[in-house]
Design a protein around this ligand. Sequence first.
Ligand SMILES: [Zn+2]
Ligand SMILES: [Zn+2]
Length: 343
Amino acid sequence: MQQLVFQQPGVVRWEEAPDRTLDEPGGADAALVRAVAVALCDLDTGALRGRFPMVGPYPFGHEGVAEVLEVGPNVTSVQPGDLVIVPFQISCGACRSCARRRTGNCQAHPPLSTYGLGQMGGVGWGGLLADHSFVPHADAMLVPLPSGIDPVAVASFSDNVPDGWRCVGPQLADDPEAEILIVAGDAGPNSIGLYAAGLAVAAGATRVVYLDRHPERLAIAEALGAEAVDGPLDAKVGKFGITVDASGEETGLRTAINATAWDGTCTSPSVYFSDPAVPMLQMYSRCCTLHTGRAHARPVIPELLDLVAGGFDPALVTSDVVEFADAETALADPSMKVVLRRD
Ligand SMILES: [Zn+2]
Ligand SMILES: [Zn+2]
């Protein structure tokens, strides 16, 4: 089969790879799927732009919607021809972590087992930008796509949309009256920050403020229903019960934390390669919680699909839709949120 392989910043190539089959270990519980829409994760875009130190070669692509080609004899929830969302993290659905909805830390596989993240996530799982992909524990992992939803629009529900949700959703459930601030910047996970804004609006947040300098992202935030504020990373915009650092910079993180109200929660989906200085005394005094870490994608995907029915339009964040066949050229210099598609 053919699969797309990340070589180095700006360079991906279609290459021949061995076919996967359900005769492999775990095949009785597995499915073979063929991706029809794959979004670039913010981390993929960072790797292509040379901002994220990923080491190639590795099979690429880990957020997407796929068609089921074949299922093992124990699989009961999906059948060939179904369209499904494929969570980027490999999870068994049965271990203690999975039972606690922490599917990103499934204990049945090595830590960080994912599709399409090279050495960071276990190269053995391959990528979704391939003729087919092997999904173990198909009943636990795959989420059937409700009819009437465009696969291209929800290609990011495997990863970045749940990542945006974990920044605001559980916090809103705990404090529904809380106002929300999202601090965004060029170095940050841009689509995650925008999804957080749109999901918070769709979930009924009383006020969602999106701080950024980038005109296009500000326009998208506004289209998603947020209050877009054009300002620098160190802008003072008040106090908020829920804050999000989607800036990827120490200045933005400190702004988010310092804007977190008494008993508030700041979540950072940004990835830092050197440790930023965190204002611990401010946090101590105001009883702030700072949370970071990877999202646990699988358990929240069905409830996020309900928000699409309720008005959240993830397609507003998509910056470009290109054909699989054009991937090598289109990914040389990708825009903010590229979705690759094929029939
Ligand atoms: Zn990702
Ligand atoms: Zn598990």
